[in-house]
Design a protein around this ligand. Structure first.
Ligand SMILES: [Zn+2]
Length: 71
């Protein structure tokens, strides 16, 4: 279960002395390879909608606010 991994990761970050007060969590999904021929990916190809592709896994990306500066 993904939440378990996140909790562990956050604890590790905290024990490394990172400031987690500006933490951001972003969900992402990996889709099948572009050449995949499973029924999801064929359907996605027909409808020309990559969002319909088969999914490999759900995951989370963790950002700490300062690492990505926009200005
Ligand atoms: Zn596929």
């Amino acid at each position: 279960m993904a939440m378990r991994k996140i909790e562990k990761m956050l604890k590790d970050m905290q024990s490394e002395g990172k400031d987690l007060s500006r933490l951001k969590l972003k969900k992402f999904q990996k889709t099948h390879h572009i050449d995949c021929k499973c029924k999801f990916c064929e359907e996605a190809m027909k409808k020309n909608d990559p969002h319909l592709r088969g999914l490999i896994e759900d995951g989370f990306k963790v950002y700490v606010g300062d690492e990505k500066k926009t200005n």
